[in-house]
Design a protein around this ligand. Structure first.
Ligand code: SAH
Length: 256
């Protein structure tokens, strides 16, 4: 039997996820202002600097970095559809961005070759601790990391939201626990800040509403597609109800 043209269920799911998120400009909470704020904290990189944006998605941060700095930007993701989108968007804006298909835990960069590692809304894929340890040797001495991650902001949380995140991201830390991980992984934190709520609402969940209509009309009657949209709607609803208990925190640190 020839199975070559058959995609297994995982490919199918990934394709759907990829298609869904290709319909939006960003794939995680954030904003132009917050990316620029983090860039300013690090300071202007020179023309010989290399910045890798790991888990770049369709390029929400890579495009801003390429537009506002002289650095060479390398946008890294495991989905070619996203990387193609980055290239399209870069071309439209007349920007030069390199794209690289690679997993953030198996990066082909030479030791001490990167000035900065950027990672908005993607480090959770491998966990902060292992991400920071794997990336440290790739950074030049005193190189920087700048990443965002979902973080608990309150000590006491309603059970419903505890359970939701326990299922979705059980390793989610507090600011305190994340700062400790950063120090122990060989970095010194320069600054951290909590992203404002509109980074989730206006910039992440609201654009998904229009995307959901397009996506559902394309995949009417497909239970996997419907489930995906249902999950995203549920996540947005959780944020509307319990968003004061967690948020994205931008962590900016220097390799020691
Ligand atoms: N940084 C973008 C996208 C965040 S969504 C933004 O803020 O809009 C998370 C991204 O991580 C997705 O694009 C996903 O394809 C990518 N990703 C998931 N696992 C990865 C891995 N192991 N290596 C590299 N990228 C990965």
């Amino acid at each position: 039997m020839n199975n070559e043209n058959k995609s297994n269920i995982h490919d199918f799911d990934f394709n759907l996820i990829c298609e869904y998120f290709s319909l939006t400009e960003r794939q995680g909470p954030g904003s132009r202002e917050m990316t620029l704020k983090a860039l300013n904290i690090i300071g202007a990189p020179g023309p010989n600097a290399t910045i890798a944006d790991l888990g770049c998605g369709t390029g929400s941060s890579a495009l801003i970095i390429a537009e506002t700095t002289k650095a060479q930007v390398i946008a890294v993701d495991i989905f070619d559809t996203f990387l193609q989108k980055v290239q399209q968007r870069a071309q439209t804006k007349g920007l030069n961005i390199h794209t690289l298909h690679a997993s953030m835990d198996k990066l082909p960069f030479a030791p001490r070759s990167l000035d900065t590692i950027w990672c908005e809304g993607a480090i959770y894929n491998i966990g902060i601790e292992s991400g920071l340890k794997i990336w440290s040797p790739l950074l030049k001495d005193e190189g920087h990391i700048a990443f965002t991650d979902a973080t608990w902001l309150t000590e006491e949380r309603p059970e419903e939201i505890e359970n939701f995140w326990q299922e979705a991201y059980p390793q989610m830390g507090t600011i305190e626990s994340n700062l400790k991980i950063i120090e122990e992984a060989g970095y010194r934190t320069i600054e951290w800040f909590v992203l404002p709520q509109e980074c989730w609402t206006e910039n992440f969940y609201e654009p998904q509403r229009a995307a959901q209509e397009v996506f559902l009309s394309r995949h009417r009657g497909n239970p996997t597609a419907e489930m995906l949209v249902e999950n995203q709607r549920h996540e947005a609803e959780m944020y509307a109800r319990y968003g004061q208990h967690y948020g994205y925190v931008f962590y900016i640190a220097r390799k020691r």
